[in-house]
Design a binder for this molecule. Structure first.
Ligand SMILES: Cc1ncc(COP(=O)(O)O)c(C=O)c1O
Length: 367
């Protein structure tokens, strides 16, 4: 199979570990192992973690973790619906590469997290792009029009990267019903679901045939555990599991045990992460307000902002010029759209303020 470079990841590989102010990350600030363990406030925990066997685990994930993941879903879910993967990225890859075939059509939102469109395109399927509008988000009428082209799969991302848009329960119900009526596979990348004001609805609340993709990375700040999951019909999981036997076999044992600890204490983690998100969003709003040439729709969930600028400079050039000044943003072209960049505001608040000051100074000069 042809593999088109994942442009954002290639850019990050050259930039993200050598920059002063990283304002491109899509996750909330990472926790240290010490912070995570002290959050649990359980003196026996360290000892039980030390006893963890560092062998392979069950391919679907350790049973306790799968059980804990079911608690994130209010629709009837049992561990048989849960497949633990190496991050959401593996779940997305397995699903798209298993369910799509050459010649198929699939709907995907744009701007996009490249994986969600590229895997299908590289297989030989055609991506039907569902365009974001600054004034109204993703329009359901446009979705219905795309359905006339007879897609076999819909790849949703809600809350959405890079805009922070979320579908309302009404819209999710409509999308789910339309897919069910037509026998269309419905996948929903929900890695920011825990990072709104509350735990947001899942597509699984509206369709037992749909697949929800989640992760410990973005909303929890535990990307280094490399634990994600899919929750969906057992038949789909079985097909993905058969494919994963040829790649990674299982998610890391220690990552799964730490993910279990984190999920058992999720309310404390969500609480800190949501407070940080709100504080940083205010910093961002106040900063962007000072330059009317920089536009954005306030993110409804998650910690990424999709910022438009009026200069004609290509976004990749903007990315490199800012990098030279010590600030990292993610160029819009890597999400399929020029004139924008994605700004991650989930990190340290002081660093966000300092990085934004450099960014604003840069845009004052070029706009
Ligand atoms: C929408 C979306 N899905 C999936 C991923 C992959 O995340 P993970 O670390 O869980 O593999 C990302 C990472 O940027 C993302 O933004």
């Amino acid at each position: 199979m042809k593999v088109t470079p994942f442009t954002l990841e290639r850019f990050f590989s050259q930039t993200e570990f050598n920059v002063r102010y990283h304002l491109a990350a899509s996750a909330i600030q990472a926790w240290s192992l010490r912070e995570l363990l002290s959050l649990a406030n359980d003196p026996d925990l360290q000892f039980s973690l030390f006893a963890t066997r560092l062998g392979y685990t069950e391919p679907e994930g350790i049973p306790e973790l799968r059980r804990e993941i079911t608690r994130l879903y209010s629709a009837p879910t049992d561990p048989g619906h849960v497949f633990v993967t190496i991050g959401a990225i593996e779940a997305n890859y397995l699903l798209l590469s298993t369910l799509l075939e050459s010649g198929d059509r699939f709907i995907v939102q744009t701007p996009y997290y490249q994986q969600l469109s590229q895997v299908g395109i590289d297989i030989g399927a055609t991506a039907l792009l569902w365009q974001y509008h600054e004034d109204r988000g993703f329009d359901l009428q446009e979705f219905k029009a795309l359905l006339d082209q007879k897609p076999t799969l819909v790849m949703l991302n809600t809350p959405h990267n890079p805009t922070g848009f979320i579908f309302s329960p009404y819209e999710m119900r409509q999308i789910a019903d339309l897919c069910l009526e037509r026998g269309i596979y419905l996948l929903s990348d929900e890695v920011y679901r825990e990072l709104g004001e509350t735990l947001l609805p899942s597509i699984r609340d509206y369709s037992s045939e749909a697949v929800s993709i989640g992760s410990m990375s973005k909303s929890y700040g535990l990307a280094g555990l490399r634990v994600g999951w899919m929750v969906g019909p057992p038949e789909i999981i079985a097909r993905c599991a058969a494919k994963r036997d040829y790649t990674s076999l299982c998610s890391p044992s220690i990552g799964q045990h730490l993910a279990l600890t984190a999920l058992r204490h999720r309310n404390k983690i969500w609480d800190r992460n949501r407070r940080l998100r709100l504080r940083n969003m205010t910093i961002l709003e106040n900063a962007l307000r000072t330059n009317p040439n920089l536009t954005w729709q306030k993110a409804e969930a998650g910690v990424v902002a999709w910022v438009g600028y009026s200069s004609k400079i290509p976004s990749e050039q903007v990315g490199w010029e800012l990098h030279r000044r010590g600030v990292l943003v993610a160029p819009g072209i890597f999400f399929g759209q020029e004139g924008h960049f994605r700004l991650g505001f989930g990190g340290n608040s002081c660093e966000l303020e300092a990085g934004l000051a450099i960014l604003l100074d840069y845009f004052k000069k070029i706009e």
